[in-house]
Write a protein of this length. Sequence first.
Length: 254
Amino acid sequence: MQQKRIALLIDCDNVSHCAVEGVLEELAKYGMVNVRHAHGDWKSEHLSGWVDRLHPFAIRPMQQFAYTKGKNATDAAMIIDAMDLLYSKNIDAFALMTSDSDFTPLVLRLQESGFPVYGFGETKTPSPFVSACTSFIYVENLRSTRGEDKGEDKFVAADQPKKKGRNELRSDTTLVRLLRNAVEQTASDDGWSHLSHVSEYIRNNSSFSVVNYGFKKLGDLIRASELFDIDMRFEGTAMFIRTIRKAVAQPMAS
């Protein structure tokens, strides 16, 4: 099976450098990140943290001078870069690492051309950009920190984000609505839905990612939420779920 080729474009002016390792690890689930471009004015001290990330992660710096103070030339350069890659026909998917909602039209344009767009940004990222992406992960859940070992700097993976518990998951009305709707829309006549069908429905209709809730797999989140009945079939290799049915009270005998 051919690996999906992914282009990662980073808006260094609007996202922290601390999460790039986690972003690359997450993208490895989808394919090979063969294009890694980091956009910004590399003469600016503001990008000093990004400089240390370039060589360890094979990221190519894309210089964009700030010709006019207060104007973000990086945005325009990154959009042009994306369109060049789009027409090169050497890419199967895009990943945008930014917290800037100005890239929302770019996401929509790439998706119109049939390319999935994986978004990565900080929690301050405006909802239009988050919703436009095929999937979106908040980089606070993927951060790395700098540590020291015998006087030498090294990159140290941060602790995994804390998994949200049953009550936290069930109090998230948007999440509950999304899960229940996905199960309802993919259920067979007996009310059971195959987890893979639920996952595909969610992927096609939202920018949801289990990573934002501290989980690696949708099935683990489903179990933790306790919102659904679960039936493991085919020797435990396939999960089927259905909405928990409330017991109907039986009439009292006269």
